[in-house]
Design a protein around this ligand. Structure first.
Ligand code: AMP
Length: 421
């Protein structure tokens, strides 16, 4: 496999798949959070400093047609340019019509292509009317599949070398994330620095022998996290459960959960996880006390109870002090920590204390030498809300992609370059 550090881009044109699916201010159309643009800078700068030129390609939003001005990447040119120190960013308003612009690109120059998803071929999914018949669906699928080869061939024709640095879409088998890689030789395709660091962080959690190793699983549903928990059990020492899924475990063990979130059809699954954890000598920590609300509302009345004695009519929306102390202690003693999913409804101030406390505990553990990886949209949002992103070891940029990798699934965007089976 080619490594970006070993590659000299001098005189080469590199087509780089980045994840510039950035949020825009609805009124001004300006980029409201440029984290993803900043994430791609090391790769872009390496190519430019070597004396190569860069062709950037990305998706943004969910365009409904071609073109779809609301999803135009033209809107992000100022933000990309600013992050490149004011460098001119050339733009082609149709990613299939960039032959000339690519051919004229000189070393040190940057060209941005319009949103790849303006074309159905990027995702390989036809745009269909809502009432499309089965026949129309099949015909649409066949049509897009047939033209997808030409789509990626055109993109590949712009460049000498392909770099994938879009971790957030690595779990999708799309034209620009996977199929295009087949059109470049092994020496001329590689991951960018962002994907490399994502893989290094996840592999460290999965493979490191440092102990104790702790996985903190929160969020709404146990059904979303079952696969990652199963995969991690043989490799971890501690499993911390939090968030809404707590109550499926409490109910499965005979506790009273009031109106708390519960997946009634997953009670056996919860018991099975506890059994498997025991078989693997994993300590499981489930919340013992909670902040309850009388309704799912930021202004709800609250009380505190044991999690297995939730009063009728109340629902647990955050972990309370005894649990915070217990979890913080486990985290403080850990050498490796993975955190996915909030401990409560952290979007509402009244129920955000537990999640903030866990974020603080992770920062403290990191300062004391632990390796801490945070992934999944909501835990990343919680770390950012607490302004602790630079106080933990690694914050993943790909929620879905990270979950799938940690679950042991083959990610098409990774496999296309690394050959994972
Ligand atoms: P997930 O996407 O599965 O990580 O779930 C994140 C969501 O779970 C967030 O929007 C939280 O508000 C929600 N959540 C966390 N704890 C609870 C809880 N105790 N009850 C209901 N929802 C919760």
């Amino acid at each position: 496999m080619q490594l970006i550090d070993n590659y000299n881009f001098a005189g080469k044109k590199a087509i780089v798949r980045v994840d510039f699916n950035v949020p825009l201010n609805k009124e001004t159309g300006e980029v409201s959070d440029d984290t993803r643009i900043r994430g791609a800078l090391p790769t872009i700068n390496k190519i430019l400093q070597d004396g190569g030129s860069v062709i950037l390609m990305s998706h943004m939003g969910r365009p409904k047609q071609n073109p779809d001005p609301k999803c135009s990447l033209q809107q992000i040119i100022p933000a990309v340019s600013k992050n490149l120190g004011g460098k001119e960013v050339k733009f082609v308003a149709d990613c299939m019509k960039a032959h000339e612009a690519a051919a004229n690109l000189k070393p040190g120059e940057v060209l941005l292509l319009e949103n790849l998803r303006f074309y159905e071929e990027e995702e390989g999914k036809p745009r269909l009317a809502e009432d499309a018949s089965e026949e129309e669906k099949a015909a649409g699928k066949a049509r897009v599949k047939a033209s997808q080869k030409e789509f990626v061939k055109t993109l590949a024709s712009y460049a000498d070398v392909y770099v994938n640095d879009a971790f957030g879409t690595a779990h999708r088998a799309h034209g620009s994330t996977a199929l295009i890689a087949d059109l470049f030789s092994t020496e001329n395709k590689m991951f960018g620095y962002l994907i490399n660091s994502e893989l290094a962080a996840m592999d460290k959690v999965l493979q490191s022998k440092d102990a104790p190793k702790t996985a903190i699983m929160g969020g709404a549903k146990v059904s979303d996290k079952i696969q990652i928990i199963s995969r991690l059990l043989p490799t971890i020492d501690n499993l911390i459960i939090g968030g809404g899924m707590t109550y499926t475990f409490i109910k499965a063990q005979g506790g009273n959960i009031g109106n708390s979130l519960c997946e009634a059809d997953k009670l056996d699954l919860a018991l099975d996880i506890l059994k498997k954890a025991k078989e693997h000598n994993v300590n499981v920590y489930i919340p013992v006390d909670a902040v309850n609300a009388d309704k799912f509302d930021p202004n709800a009345n609250t009380n505190i109870s044991k999690t297995n004695e939730t009063p009728d009519g109340w629902m647990g929306l955050d972990i309370a002090d005894e649990t915070i102390a217990m979890f913080s202690d486990v985290i403080a003693k850990s050498k490796i920590v993975l955190w996915n999913g909030p401990m409560g409804v952290f979007e509402m101030d009244k129920f955000s204390k537990g999640t903030s406390a866990i974020a603080q505990a992770l920062a403290k553990a990191t300062a004391n030498g632990a390796f801490t990886l945070i992934g999944g949209g909501d835990s990343v949002a919680a770390i950012n809300k607490n302004k602790l992103a630079d106080k933990v070891s690694y914050v993943s940029t790909g929620g879905g992609a990270m979950l799938e990798y940690m679950e042991g699934k083959v990610l098409p965007g990774i496999a296309a370059i690394r050959g994972d089976k």
